[in-house]
Design a binder for this molecule. Structure first.
Ligand code: 5GP
Ligand code: MG
Length: 192
């Protein structure tokens, strides 16, 4: 596996994250919301989330959830497994913002949404999803049950080709999360 071309520079990422933060914050403030709970999907979204929440102009509480399916490969190795690192009641009466690194097939997002403890009595007042990246292969029916969410409450930073990317929090086998830019990783093992 080799690092290949750069998809997004550090500056392009910074500008887009600032726009997302402004857009989300103004949607919240327009509807009178002054505080949200960000649910950060580990590990890949931690860098994005750190930059995003610091530029939002509403108060943000932060919680984490881990969803795994890739292990050390470049395609899913098993169905997404969701591990909560929070107490079910934290979303009750709160505005929930899920922060994800990348939506590829959508399986991870569906697994997370399906398993969130957001049924009564634990329901949040609102739900939004903000993903930094989305692959162009996404949106073929998988999120059909979530039209209401995807149409008005889903934000994405950049749409990208169907290639395996690393950097800015995204890894391959634990490496490259510390890159400031986003790059394509290519090699024999790349099955995505
Ligand atoms: P999905 O379940 O939507 O197919 O894939 C979403 C998850 O797979 C992401 O949260 C991320 O962990 C991982 N993933 C998907 N595509 C990529 C990619 O291009 N690069 C990296 N590093 N992870 C990816
Ligand atoms: Mg992930």
């Amino acid at each position: 596996m080799k690092l290949q071309r750069q998809l997004f520079t550090e500056i392009a990422i910074r500008n887009r994250v600032a726009e997302l933060a402004r857009c989300l914050s103004s949607e919240y403030t327009k509807t009178g919301v002054t505080e949200v709970v960000a649910l950060v999907v580990l590990k890949g979204a931690f860098v994005f989330a750190a930059d995003l929440i610091r530029q939002m102009f509403v108060s943000v509480r932060v919680e984490f959830v881990q969803v795994r399916s890739y292990e050390d490969a470049t395609s899913p190795q098993h169905a997404p497994s969701v591990q909560y690192l929070f107490n079910s009641s934290i979303f009750s009466g709160k505005h929930l913002l899920i922060i994800e690194d990348i939506v590829d097939s959508g399986n991870t997002l569906v697994a997370l949404l399906d398993s969130l403890p957001i049924e009564p009595p634990f329901f949040p007042l609102s739900l939004k999803v903000c993903a930094l990246l989305e692959k162009e292969v996404f949106r073929e029916g998988i999120l059909d049950g979530f039209h209401w969410l995807m149409e008005n409450h889903y934000h994405v930073g950049f749409r990208i080709p169907n290639e395996f990317v690393v950097g800015y929090g995204l890894d391959h086998a634990g490496l490259y999360r510390d890159l400031a830019d986003i790059r394509v990783l290519e090699g024999e093992e790349n099955a995505s």
